[in-house]
Design a protein around this ligand. Sequence first.
Ligand SMILES: [Zn+2]
Length: 249
Amino acid sequence: MTPTGEQLCYTDAYARTAEARVAAVEAGEAALVVLDRTVFYPGGGGQPSDRGLLLRTEDGRTWTVRAARKAGGEIVHELEPGDGDPPGVGDALTVDLDWARRLALMRTHTALHALCGVVWRDYGALVTGGNMEPGSGRMDFEFERMSGDLVDAIEATVNTELAAARDVRVAVLPREEAFAIPDLIRTKVNLLPEGIEEIRTIEIVGLDLQADGGTHVSNTSEVGGIRVTGYESKGRINKRIRMELVDPA
Ligand SMILES: [Zn+2]
């Protein structure tokens, strides 16, 4: 399904504001608003949705957006209860992200891809899942022989790779083309539903290539350093590594 609203987060991760009009509103305990364009990321792939504000052009009234999500292909903005009546269909608004939070998520997400890339390249371990908050995250791997010494080595290597100022590129590939890239198979691109015709990829040039819907910084130098804050066993084979940004702000 082609959404009616323009979804800028997928093409320009650095767009933090947009001028928009309200396309649909659903009243409720938390009102739901669809816009004709938005900079909000709706969440997914371990990256939480954005937060921010809607500012009505006509009278300067504002609403807090506490979360966003995808529904029927559209990005739906969930308003904070208690901000009064929602805006009306057709209202002109400025959409304004909580940019400090989004940028921290972009840096964290890119750091996690660098971690995946190093663990795959140096140890051949597959990633099975992950999650993040602004400034910290975790990844799970099929990594039977992980140990404290290995984790120290991984942290050092990830920091070397981030400091190498590698470009981060976004591409949208036809499904067939994406399936022909051997590296993508490890991120389980083959589990994507039949109906998906195009696959978005994130490449840390020279290190990592994944099918991914999230937002990323454009160069690893923007991440700074990372620190591994813990690791644990989730079974004989499955291991979890926790990390945080050295400079989260
Ligand atoms: Zn990702």
